[in-house]
Ligand binder design. Structure first.
Ligand code: BG6
Length: 484
């Protein structure tokens, strides 16, 4: 499945994302033979590197983040030869744009720009690309998140880029859509009528979507403290996963059919009023604690400014989707740093038996879609307990693990997404109206917080967030997965 030769220009090439994710992902796909020696990866950043020095600098990260493929010396050497470096300050009109132009002599080749810089520069970079006549007819623009920090700024970023690139050439990344488990939601739902027929409020009592992380914020406190968990994880990743779980069947798997259905979900989310935020949203910040047998510090310490902060590192939300399919089913979302374990998962809890005939009834009828750290599907069913006398019921799990079931060669979701832009397939990228609909829903929460109407609750590192998180579900008689 080899692509045509292409020129890929990465702005922000000395940043964390490029070193840790993008270039290792390119190396893996190169190793897999998906593109050839005639391709160019043009790395652009402000730092003063010669091309040789840049290559040497990147080599270290390739060994660190793709050690298995970097061990193949021959492939590694050929890959390094594809890397070019251009020093350029995108904010400066006098910068060396002519060198970039020289590096892109052929407007007939597929040309992809990837912006891994501060989003406030996106518009400016696009304008400079236009001024220097770098936007070829087939040029594509890939944008990293965050697209804005509010609805107004998201619109600004989108308009800034939209002035120079048509919407169908803009690829907004949400790396969660590149995850195997997230894509499999489509197959699971729309290839299995046995599930899809049950996929509504009639059979589903509640849905929970968790993205729990054990890492804290150290190393990227500057960004994180401005963003917080709601902007960093909910506005994009969690809402996209929610869309995949809740959307109606698209007419086809083409990008716009999928995106139209996702957009309907976002527009149907029950709007938040300040009162609803108070009752349905928990915000927390981690304090010191013990995680996997180690002492870990609190948020303020990790931030390293010596000042207290009002930013949340944890959010839990209870919401509903105002459609005939979902009306009575609460959706619970939660994400946080320094939680007990790294897990990204969806729990679909089916309604209980209306008239229990067994003397005991464990809570069964649950489908768990685990996305990370290992893809897994698990269906928890009640079965007769063979060890007990009479007819007692106990839970048994039918499970399928991707790792054991298939040999997967994608290590990272960027590996899929980077080349989708080359192939011109935007299905796993976010359309402008989706980004703006997500911000529209998130904004009243931010506004209520800004007015100081809800407390920032402390939670000990190594647990599952503030104690009120449990109460949020208890109201509906529901439990978080770890309590089941
Ligand atoms: C990023 C966030 O988008 O996603 C990070 O900025 C977060 O804060 C990361 O750690 C989580 O991604 P994953 O793939 O590890 O779940």
């Amino acid at each position: 499945n080899r692509t045509e030769p292409f020129d890929y220009v990465i702005f922000g090439a000395t940043g964390d994302l490029t070193r840790r994710k993008l270039l290792p992902a390119f190396l893996r796909r190169f190793h897999a033979g998906e593109f050839g020696q005639d391709t160019r990866l043009i790395c652009v950043a402000r730092s003063d590197y010669t091309p040789e020095a840049f290559r040497a600098y990147i080599l270290e990260y390739l060994h660190k983040f793709a050690p298995d493929v970097a061990a193949d010396q021959e492939v590694l050497r050929s890959f390094i030869d594809l890397l070019h470096y251009i020093q350029l300050d995108a904010t400066h009109p006098e910068s060396d744009w002519p060198s970039l132009r020289e590096a892109l002599p052929d407007p007939g080749r597929i040309r992809v720009f990837y912006l891994a810089t501060a989003p406030s520069l996106y518009g400016q970079i696009c304008a400079a690309l236009a001024t220097h006549d770098l936007i070829s007819p087939s040029a594509r623009m890939v944008l990293e998140k965050p697209i804005g920090t509010s609805l107004a700024t998201a619109r600004e970023v989108n308009s800034g880029v939209g002035r120079f690139f048509p919407e169908e050439s803009i690829y907004r990344i949400d790396h969660y859509l590149g995850k195997e488990g997230v894509q499999n939601i489509l197959a699971l739902r729309f290839a299995n009528p046995v599930l899809e027929r049950l996929w509504s409020t009639e059979a589903i009592e509640y849905v929970q979507i968790t993205a729990a992380e054990t890492v804290g914020i150290s190393g990227r406190g500057g960004y994180y403290d401005e963003a917080g968990a709601l902007r960093d994880m909910v506005q994009n990743h969690l809402l996209q996963v929610l869309c995949m779980v809740a959307m109606d069947a698209p007419a086809s798997l083409r990008a716009d059919d999928l995106r139209n259905e996702k957009l309907k979900v976002l527009n149907a989310l029950r709007p938040m009023t300040p009162d609803m935020v108070r009752q349905n949203v928990i915000r927390g910040q981690y304090t010191a604690g013990r995680l996997k047998g180690q002492d870990v510090a609190d948020y303020t310490h990790d931030l390293g400014t010596g000042r207290a902060s009002n930013t949340e590192s944890f959010v839990a939300i209870r919401t509903k989707i105002r459609t005939a399919r979902w009306g009575n089913t609460p959706f619970y979302l939660r994400t946080g740093k320094r939680l007990a374990t790294k897990t990204t998962e969806i729990v679909i809890q089916f309604r209980p038996q209306p008239w229990p005939i067994f003397t005991n009834m464990p809570s069964s009828g649950r489908l768990v879609i685990r996305i990370d750290p290992h893809g897994e599907l698990a269906l928890v069913l009640g079965v007769r307990d063979p060890g007990a006398g009479g007819l007692r019921v106990r839970n048994a799990t039918l499970s399928m693990s991707y790792e054991h079931g298939f040999s997967i060669s994608y290590q990272d979701s960027y590996e899929r997404l980077l080349l989708d832009a080359v192939r011109g397939d935007p299905a796993l990228f976010i359309r402008r109206d989706e980004v703006e609909a997500s911000w529209k829903w998130v904004e009243p929460i931010l506004e209520t917080w800004r007015q100081g109407l809800t407390p920032l609750e402390p939670y000990a590192a190594g647990g599952w967030g503030p104690p009120s998180t449990r109460a949020l579900l208890a109201r509906d008689g529901a439990l978080w997965h770890e309590d089941m």
